[in-house]
Write a protein that binds this ligand. Structure first.
Ligand code: AHM
Ligand code: MG
Length: 332
């Protein structure tokens, strides 16, 4: 028997100690089951003929990849029979899905396959998930029941499908990482207490958008690029995976800052990333790991969402760096 604690053991122990609702433990176990299925589908992607695009578009008008749809189906199937999940919102669904016959009161919000532009090129992608309580229970559930600030999440996390598949979870008491053992098929606890280093010298931003950035971000990045000779007095390194899950897993491991700020490319859009199933769950994990998550003007988790597919500016990671970018937004 493995000496490591499995996800199932971890959840069961927490439920038996009265620290976790058994219904929520089942939902998390099922998120693990869907992640395992997606991990296997990604590993066999070209062999199984699931690479490439569909003819369809998602709620934001983006062309869906076959694996986006497959991943969404995997989560819907894994979560629909539990009875604990009253509703599901997803990047791949127009409106919220009301689970037939559900009696439990959890709402699950999903980006089933984040970084889907990286699928066909064999670079890390991931699934992002957020769980809220249905404010009025399962009966008569509406889309507006989902519109709660990220600070109300009861669980947030993501699974990154990289060289190893790792599931990162926070129930509001720190952050834990579970690595999928491809031999046993079990998620095993490998990182019991993930903490983001406070002081770091690595930043992540899509620099091809530079001409559209606003002055606070222009200033921060140019000061990083000036290195030892500039006002920061030290050299910085830059990384951009193109999958937020990959960039965030890196900063949880060795620190750094990740930015997808608001820019002037399309003034109608307040950012690229989605508040409810990207920024909120990732922001929650980052805060629980000792970091910070802001739009530049306000804490992401304090935002009152107006719609499920709402976009938002994202600046998150090591606290010292995020605080500095926020001070530049305040004119500091
Ligand atoms: P997606 O949910 O459609 O995959 O889009 C989100 C992704 C993030 O994972 C990533 O940080 C960003 O989009 C990359 O955007 P860009 O291609 O502009 O660099
Ligand atoms: Mg995404």
């Amino acid at each position: 028997m493995s000496e490591r604690v499995s996800l199932l053991q971890h959840l069961t122990q927490a439920a038996r100690a009265g620290q976790l609702d058994p219904a929520l433990a089942l939902v998390v176990q099922q998120i693990g089951a869907a992640s395992r299925e997606i991990s296997a589908a990604l590993a066999r992607s070209a062999l199984a003929g699931v690479l490439g695009a569909m003819d369809s578009a998602n709620a934001s008008g983006e062309t869906q990849k076959k694996l986006d749809v497959l991943s969404n189906d995997a989560f819907m199937q894994a979560l629909s029979w539990t009875g604990a999940v009253a509703g599901i919102a997803s990047e791949e669904l127009d409106g919220a899905y009301r689970v037939p016959g559900a009696s439990g009161g959890y709402l699950v919000l999903l980006d089933p396959l984040d970084g889907s532009s990286n699928i066909d090129v064999n670079i890390s992608v991931g699934s992002i998930f957020s769980i809220l309580r249905a404010p009025n229970g399962a009966a008569g559930l509406t889309d507006s029941d989902f519109l709660q600030p990220g600070s109300r999440q009861v669980l947030a996390g993501f699974t990154v499908y990289g060289p190893a598949t790792v599931m990162v979870l926070s129930f509001g008491h720190g952050v834990q990482g579970f690595t999928l053992d491809p031999v046993s098929g079990e998620f095993l606890l490998t990182q019991p207490d993930i903490r983001i280093p406070e002081r770091t010298s690595e930043y992540a931003i899509n620099a091809s958008n530079q001409r559209w950035w606003q002055p606070p971000v222009q200033r921060y990045v140019s000061e990083c690029m000036a290195g030892k000779e500039g006002p920061r007095g030290r050299d910085f390194n830059m990384r951009w995976v193109g999958s937020m899950v990959g960039d965030v897993y890196r900063l949880l491991t060795r620190g750094g800052i990740f930015m997808y700020p608001r820019d002037t490319k399309d003034p109608a859009k307040p950012g690229k990333l989605r508040l409810m199933y990207e920024a909120n769950p990732i922001g929650y994990v980052v805060e629980q790991a000792g970091g910070a998550a802001s739009t530049g003007y306000e804490r992401i988790l304090d935002m009152q969402p107006e719609k499920i597919h709402q976009r938002v500016a994202v600046i998150l990671g090591s606290k010292e760096e995020v605080d500095l970018v926020v001070s530049y937004h305040r004119g500091g």
